[in-house]
Design a protein around this ligand. Structure first.
Ligand code: CA
Length: 225
C-alpha cells in the first residue's frame, strides 16, 4: 500500500515514514501543502496522512480540494491538541479519521490498517442517461466526451431529475428538492430552469432528455436514445 505523508516537521515526517515502512507500507513524503496537494492528485496513493498546519496550504485545504476533485482514498489527519482547529473540523472536511499529536507509531499503523481495510468510501456513482453523464462527486456533467458547464442550481435540478429517471416529477416536488421547502412557489422558476438546462444539455446535441408531461411535470426517460 502506498501512503503519502504530508508533514512539514521533517524529523517527524522521516520518523513516520520509517515507522510505516517497517510495517510494509511504501511511503512518499511531502513537506509543504502545495507539494502535498500536487502529489496527492497525481500519484494514486492508497491513503494520505495529513498534517494540518503546513506551509503554503493547510491540511484542511488539501483535504477539501482533493475530495472536491474526487479523491476518495482514506485521509487520516494529524491534529495538535492546542491547534487552531479541532477534530470535528477534520471530519467535516472529508477526512476519515484523525490522530492527535503526539501519537505512537503502533497506533498510527493500526488506524491506517483499519482505514485501508474499510476501503475508500464508495465514490458516489455516476448517473447516466443515454450518453449524458453526471458525476455527483466531481460535480461534472458531460454529453459523450463534451463537458457541459452548469450553474449550481442547474446541476441540482439535473441531478434530481436524473436520480428519478423513469419517474415524472411534479413542479412542487422539484421545488422541494432543488430549491427547498421555503421557496416562494408563486414563481415559474422550475419551467425557467428546465429551459436553461435544455439549452445546455439537449439543444446543442439534438437530444430531448427532459420531457414535459403536460399537467404533471417533468420526466427524464431512462434512455434518451
Ligand atoms: Ca505542521
Amino acid at each position: 500500500m502506498r501512503i503519502l505523508v504530508v508533514e512539514d516537521e521533517k524529523r517527524l515526517a522521516r520518523a513516520i515514514a520509517r515507522g510505516l515502512e517497517d510495517h510494509g507500507f511504501a511511503v512518499e513524503l511531502a513537506h509543504d501543502g502545495l507539494t502535498g496537494l500536487w502529489k496527492g492528485r497525481e500519484q494514486g496513493f492508497d491513503a494520505i496522512v495529513l498534517d494540518i498546519m503546513l506551509p503554503e496550504l493547510s491540511g484542511y485545504e488539501i483535504c477539501k480540494r482533493l475530495r472536491a476533485e474526487g479523491f476518495w482514498a482514506p485521509i487520516l489527519m494529524l491534529t495538535a491538541k492546542d491547534g487552531e482547529y479541532d477534530e470535528a473540523d477534520a471530519l467535516d472536511l472529508g477526512a476519515d479519521d484523525y490522530l492527535r499529536k503526539p501519537f505512537s507509531y503502533v497506533v498510527l499503523v493500526a488506524r491506517l490498517n483499519a482505514l485501508l481495510r474499510r476501503g475508500a468510501p464508495t465514490r458516489p456513482s455516476e448517473l447516466v442517461v443515454g450518453d449524458l453523464a453526471l458525476d455527483p462527486g466531481r460535480r461534472t456533467v458531460r454529453r459523450g466526451d463534451v463537458p457541459i458547464e452548469l450553474t449550481r442550481r442547474e446541476f441540482s435540478l439535473l441531478e434530481y431529475l436524473m436520480r428519478s429517471a423513469g419517474q415524472t416529477r411534479s413542479k412542487l416536488e422539484i421545488l422541494d428538492h432543488v430549491w427547498g421547502a421555503d421557496f416562494d412557489r408563486g414563481d415559474n422558476v422550475v419551467e425557467v430552469y428546465v429551459g436553461y438546462l435544455r439549452r445546455k444539455i439537449d439543444q446543442p446535441f439534438g437530444t430531448a432528455t427532459i420531457t414535459t408531461v403536460r399537467g404533471h411535470g417533468y420526466l427524464v426517460q431512462l434512455d434518451d436514445g
